[in-house]
Design a protein around this ligand. Structure first.
Ligand SMILES: NC(=O)c1ccc[n+]([C@@H]2O[C@H](COP(=O)([O-])OP(=O)(O)OC[C@H]3O[C@@H](n4cnc5c(N)ncnc54)[C@H](OP(=O)(O)O)[C@@H]3O)[C@@H](O)[C@H]2O)c1
Length: 272
């Protein structure tokens, strides 16, 4: 597939006031795209907007909760009002949760499905007519935790696996419409200070700094997303661990079960 540049394209990146979304917005903007950034917290989003504008990039910031139909519709409407088109939608906004299923509050399960699944479906639905006109791209940001269910993050795994089904179905349904569909399985990535995850009782936990040898940088994930859009790739699994996870689950599923059962207490401690 010939490489398409993002120069002059309009890219909407959900959940882009920090972390991977912000790094992706920065990278796409540095390649000549007009970027639309989004988040729920106005102050953090404005900070990100100023940072991008100081670098000389064209940026629109839309404060909206994209897990709701109204929020997603606001994001797309404001983008069209400002730029008149949408070429790229990166469904990046998402949250992680901690805790075994049996101890997790049902409200947390619903909230996770709302943010991570509906938070991709609503923006995609609202953007599709514009993506068709532009013959554009929609990319889903999944996780290597979306390849197989893991202990302690089961609901997160479930929401990210759901994105595989959505992307696979869309790829076929949209095959005659010229819209590129992509899904990227991201490995453990360095987090910005202030990254929160949802605890089993519904409260927020501040994630510890994960600057360690085996983590990727948000900028590396952003590069993978850019390449996916440029080359109109469908699936990419990032990190060696992610690739091994995918292969082992196909070839040796019972061995993977055995390893996870033996290490579940260690995984639990790592996550607390
Ligand atoms: N970091 C990792 O190790 C890792 C690994 C695999 C996959 N991923 C996936 O990569 C994506 C980004 O992760 P990250 O670590 O960069 O996240 P992050 O640092 O926690 O940032 C999340 C961003 O999404 C926004 N957001 C969350 N819920 C939202 C909502 N309902 N509506 C609008 N914006 C919302 C947040 O802003 P507000 O809170 O202000 O709304 C923030 O801008 C997620 O889908 C995540 O599951 C991350």
């Amino acid at each position: 597939m010939a490489k398409r540049t993002v120069q002059g394209k309009v890219a909407v990146i959900t959940g882009s006031s920090m972390g991977i979304g912000k790094a992706t917005a920065k990278l796409l903007a540095s390649q000549g795209a007009k970027v639309v950034i989004n988040g729920r917290t106005e102050s953090r989003l404005q900070q990100a907007k100023q940072e991008l504008e100081r670098a000389g990039f064209e940026v629109l910031a839309v404060t909206a909760d994209i897990s709701t139909q109204a929020g997603a519709s606001q994001l797309i409407t404001e983008t069209i009002k400002r730029f008149g088109k949408i070429d790229i939608l990166i469904n990046n906004a998402g949250m992680s949760a901690r805790g075994y299923f049996e101890e997790t509050d049902p409200e947390v399960l619903e909230r996770m499905l709302q943010i991570n699944v509906m938070g991709c479906l609503h923006p995609t639905k609202a953007a599709l007519p514009y993506l068709e006109t532009a013959q554009g791209s929609v990319v889903f940001v999944s996780s290597v935790a979306g390849i197989r269910g893991l202990p302690e993050t089961g609901i997160y795994c479930a929401t990210k696996m759901a994105l595989t089904a959505v992307a696979e179905s869309l790829k076929v349904e949209l095959s005659d419409k010229g819209i590129h569909v992509g899904i990227v399985y991201v490995g453990i990535t360095e987090n910005d200070p202030g990254k929160r995850v949802i605890d089993k009782d519904g409260s927020y936990l501040l994630l510890k700094d994960r600057k360690q040898r085996n983590t990727q940088k948000p900028e590396e994930v952003a590069q993978a997303i850019l390449r996916m859009v440029e080359k109109r790739q469908f699936k990419r699994i990032l990190t060696l661990l992610g690739k091994l996870n995918a292969i082992a689950n196909v070839l040796f599923p019972r061995l993977v079960d055995w390893v996870l059962i033996r290490s579940k207490e260690k995984i639990r401690k790592l996550n607390t």
